[in-house]
Design a binder for this molecule. Structure first.
Ligand code: COA
Length: 389
C-alpha cells in the first residue's frame, strides 16, 4: 500500500520587502543578499497573522468535506508557538472545522519538526488507511532588525494532507536520522527573536547532510544518479546549494548539471518568500513540483530536513502520475500579486506584533486579505476571526 503526500498547499503574507531595498538600507551590496544569500524577496508578516492563522490559511483551501471527515490526526509543527501549554493545533482544528474525534498536537524541534510530523502521519495512515492526517509546518522567522540573520527572515505555512493512495508523493520507509545536542540556534523563553551562531549553524547543516545522505546511499545501495532531484531545508537558498555542491563530486558532469537545474526549480519560490523554518523544505518541494517541467511519474525525490539544536533526516518519495492535481497551482500568481513595502514599513510591522502583556489589545487588520486573521487579545485570550463566517 502506498502512503504519502496527497495535497500540498501554502500560505504566507500579502506583503514583501525587496532584498535589494533591504541591502541598500543596511549598507550592504545587493548582490550579497541576491546571490551570496540567494534571496530575492522576503515575506513581511503583519501583526494580523500568527502561526495559527498562517496554518489555517494554508490548509483550508485544499480540504474537501470528505477530507475533513477523514482527518483524525492534526500535527502543527512550529517554533513560533502562541502558548506555552495549549497546542496551536487546537485553534487550527477549530478554524478548519475539523471533527471532534481528532488527535491535535503541536510539535517542536526547530525547523525539523514538520518532518517528524510527516513521518508520524505516514505511520498512522499505514495502520489506518481509511483515515487521513493533516501536517502543517507554520512559522515566522525572526532574527531581529540590523542582525546578520535579518536577510534570512520570512514566514508562512505549508499544509500537507497525508493519505493512502496519495496523489503527489508516495513516501518510502527509508529514513536516516541524526540527533545530537548542538548549540547553533535556539530561542530562550524570554526572547522573541532567535539566537544563532550563523556560520556554525551553516557548517553543522552541511555536516548533518553529509552524514545522513551518505549513510542513506550505503544502507539503500543507491547512488546520487538514482535521484531525479534533491530538495533541502532552505533557511536561505544558498544554504541548500552549498549542501548540494558538497555531494556533486559523487556524480558525472551531466548528472551534476541536471541536479543543479532541478535545484534551481526547487529554490525558485523560496527565493520569493524567505525562511519559513518548519515549512521551508516543503515549500521547496512544492516549488520543484510546480516549476520544473521535466518531472515524470516514478521519479525519485530526496528530502533533507534539518533543525538546529540539532536534528537531521534524509528520506525519499516517488512522484505519482497525477501529482499536479494535488498542488497549490495558483501559488506563483498569488506571490506575484503581493504588495511591496518599503524598509521603513517593514520595520514598523516587525515592531507591531501583539505585545507580550496581559492587557486587552486590538490589531488593525489593514489590507490583510486572508480568510483567517488575528484580531487581538481579550481577557488574555487570543482572538481569531474567520471572515467567511
Ligand atoms: N556579491 C555576491 N556574494 C557576496 C557579496 C557580493 N557583493 N558579498 C558577500 N557575498 C557572499 C559571501 O561570500 C557569502 O557567501 P558564502 O557563504 O558562499 O561564502 C554570503 O554572501 C554571505 O556573506 P557573509 O559575509 O558570510 O554574511 P553574514 O556574515 O552577514 O552572514 C549568514 C550570513 C547566513 C550566516 C547569516 O545571515 C545568518 O546568521 N543567518 C541565520 C542562520 C542560518 O540561517 N543558518 C542556517 C542553518 S539552519
Amino acid at each position: 500500500m502506498k502512503v504519502g503526500i496527497d495535497k500540498l498547499h501554502f500560505a504566507s503574507s500579502h506583503l514583501y520587502v525587496d532584498m535589494a531595498d533591504l541591502a541598500l538600507a543596511r549598507n550592504e551590496a545587493p548582490d550579497k543578499y541576491l546571490i551570496g544569500i540567494g534571496q530575492s524577496k522576503m515575506a513581511v508578516i503583519p501583526p494580523s497573522q500568527d502561526a495559527v492563522t498562517l496554518a489555517a490559511n494554508a490548509a483550508a483551501p485544499m480540504l474537501t468535506a470528505a477530507d475533513i471527515e477523514a482527518i483524525d490526526l492534526l500535527i502543527v509543527a512550529t517554533e513560533s508557538g502562541v502558548d506555552n501549554s495549549k497546542a496551536a493545533a487546537i485553534y487550527v482544528a477549530k478554524l478548519l472545522g475539523l471533527q471532534r474525534r481528532v488527535r491535535t498536537i503541536e510539535m517542536k524541534e526547530a525547523c525539523y519538526a514538520a518532518t517528524a510530523g510527516v513521518k508520524l502521519a505516514q505511520d498512522h495512515v499505514s495502520g489506518h488507511p481509511d483515515k487521513k492526517a493533516l501536517v502543517i509546518g507554520t512559522d515566522i522567522a525572526r532574527y531581529g532588525l540590523h542582525t546578520p540573520g535579518e536577510p534570512t527572515q520570512g514566514g508562512g505555512a505549508v499544509a500537507m494532507l497525508i493519505s493512502a493512495a496519495p496523489q503527489v508523493l508516495a513516501l518510502a520507509d527509508d529514513s536516516v536520522l541524526l540527533s545530537q545536542d548542538v548549540m547553533d540556534f535556539w530561542r530562550p523563553l524570554y526572547h522573541t527573536t532567535a539566537l544563532v551562531d550563523g556560520k556554525y549553524s551553516s557548517n553543522i547543516y552541511i555536516d548533518y547532510f553529509q552524514d545522513v545522505f551518505k549513510t542513506y546511499l550505503a544502507e539503500q545501495q543507491k547512488t546520487l544518479a538514482d535521484f531525479k532531484a534533491l530538495t533541502f531545508h532552505l533557511p536561505y537558498t544558498k544554504m541548500g546549494l552549498k549542501a548540494l555542491r558538497s555531494v556533486l563530486p559523487l556524480a558525472t558532469e551531466a548528472q551534476q548539471r541536471a541536479l543543479l537545474a532541478h535545484f534551481e526549480a526547487a529554490r525558485h519560490l523560496n527565493r520569493e518568500v524567505g525562511n519559513l523554518y518548519t515549512g521551508s523544505l516543503y515549500l521547496s518541494l512544492l516549488s520543484l513540483l510546480l516549476t520544473d517541467p521535466t518531472l515524470a511519474a516514478d521519479d525519485l525525490i530526496g528530502l533533507f530536513s534539518y533543525g538546529s539544536g540539532a536534528e537531521g533526516e534524509f528520506y525519499t518519495g516517488r512522484l505519482q502520475e497525477n501529482y499536479q492535481r494535488g498542488l497549490d497551482s495558483a501559488l506563483p500568481q498569488r506571490l506575484a500579486r503581493r504588495r511591496r513595502v518599503s524598509v521603513s514599513e517593514y520595520e514598523a510591522l516587525f515592531n507591531a506584533q501583539l505585545a507580550l502583556t496581559a492587557s486587552d489589545q486590538t490589531i488593525a487588520l489593514g489590507d490583510d486579505p486572508h480568510r483567517f486573521v488575528l484580531t487581538g487579545q481579550q481577557q488574555e485570550q487570543r482572538q481569531y476571526l474567520d471572515r467567511q463566517h
